[in-house]
Design a protein around this ligand. Sequence first.
Ligand code: SF4
Length: 599
Amino acid sequence: MVRRLCPFPFAGQPADIRGTPIDSAISCISLPDPAPVRPVLLTHLAKSASTQLTRHLQRGAKMTSREQRQETELLPDTEPAGAELPAGLDRRAFMMRSAIFGATAVITGCAAPTDQQVAAAPPAPAPPAAPPLSEDLNVVKKAKGPVMTTIDEFYKVGPGPSSSHTIGPMRITYDFYQRCAKLPADQLAKVTSMKVHLFGSLSATGQGHGTERAALAGIVGKEPATVEPEFLDGLAAKPDQTFPVKLGDKTLTMSLKDIVYDSPKGEFPHPNTMTCRLMGGDTVLLEQEYYSVGGGFIEWKGYQPPKKGQPKFPYSTMKELQSHADQNKLSIAQIVMANEVAVSGKSEVEINAFVDKIHGAMVNIVKAGLKAPESTLPGPIKLKTKAGDVYKRAMDDNYEKQRGVGVLAAYALAGSEENARGHLVVTAPTGGSAGVLPALVYALGEGGRNLPQDKLRNGFLAAAAIGYLCKHNATLSGAEGGCQAEIGVASAMGAAFIAQAHDFPHQVVANAAESSLQHHLGMTCDPVAGFVQVPCIERCAFGAVKAWTGFMIASNEIPTNRRVDFDTTVSAMALTAREMNAKYKETSEGGLAVSLVLC
Ligand code: SF4
């Protein structure tokens, strides 16, 4: 019997062929019953693809002609009888190409195209250029001065799954409503409608993030930190709901239909651009262009940053921060606290109270995720939650010393799954990466080491400094810099958190962050179907484990021996972000997003 089965998520397959990539690949192509052909395909792949391709890749492109001759002589006799070499192609290249096509056909279930098909195919479009950022954006301009971000701007509580696609848009529409409400009465008397237009990445992946629900919630007066998850869940379940929105003597009836998914492509000042418009018939009464610039931060056309105090220890790089630490014999956490007081005008007590609030929120998020029953997350991926299971199995591991990795991964999965449910999370630095830092906070607190509260506070301050510097000199937005800017920064913050909470010197804190960030450089953002689930959820688990690895490396080497410093790695992230293909910047147009077949 010939059958064609889908590789994901092994639906409809007998249990005995699930579980391995090769089984998935075999099951995807039209074949007789998979079991008998499995050994044949394995042999074919092993000989034709794996051996030759691996050998070729290991040797690299710079082979001598002698090496090429030897390589050709080593090719096994797997060439199909009667195969003719295309003109202009040597035998070795032909064999390599055949092996790759063969493996691709098996893995994807698609036959290689014929020469005629190739000739008739339209030319491949040029890869899209990375969207330029407007020089007018404050997030671009401010890179010239010292870090001015404060901790209550940085750690924000709000609904998942993506701070730039949920918290930012909700803050934007909330802000726009407030502006509208301040219009003169004669203007408000003309109001007939309000429309919100989403552009760029907000349009491309907003539906998967629930951006339209977040935007509507802001208009009806909901704020990210206090919106009830049930309100957003209710909108998802009943999208036709309408809400009265009062403006002066007028009451508009608004619904999700008033949030418009506009052009995903174009020349926007920022990839996450929104336009809000208040209409009186065909007349625009008020219009404002906004930008969700990452981590829940927002700006608008003509934005001027709020007036703040000057930092006591001005710094714009880690080198400058460490120099202050050395000269004043202070830790990174102490420098950050002194600056928070100077810039925000708040007292240490108030700042500590805010940190404790964020700490409490993170602990609650991890606990909620761990105790949530296994379920299927919203959206077309039909992804099962697994935090609770991973935690139980890790705790049951007979090898006690090996439980740590599983437990830490489970904590991160728990936070990340809460984010995917659209429940409240803390941006650290973003919603997509919101499982990483809570996992480490919980692991060093009541879920593990039980470090004292003041040590954890210090960890939060040092982690914030890492996030500030990445925001200041690179980006925190997947839409600008790919996933290195989200999970990579979260992991670096996590590593600094662990090092600072254990009172390591500032060089170890910086090195730990550098190590964790370095090993996320180049990581792309390609969420499947625009949902912050695959790869985001498991990526949080890896980010937390890599944070611990970064800390372990940094705390076990001579700090001054480290060859790469934090500032260099942040510069590398910024450079990589600039050169990264736009397909990998939260547009769901590349990578996993177009490779995974959903059925
Ligand atoms: S892939 Fe990374 S950057 Fe992109 S949405 Fe997921 S977590 Fe965020």
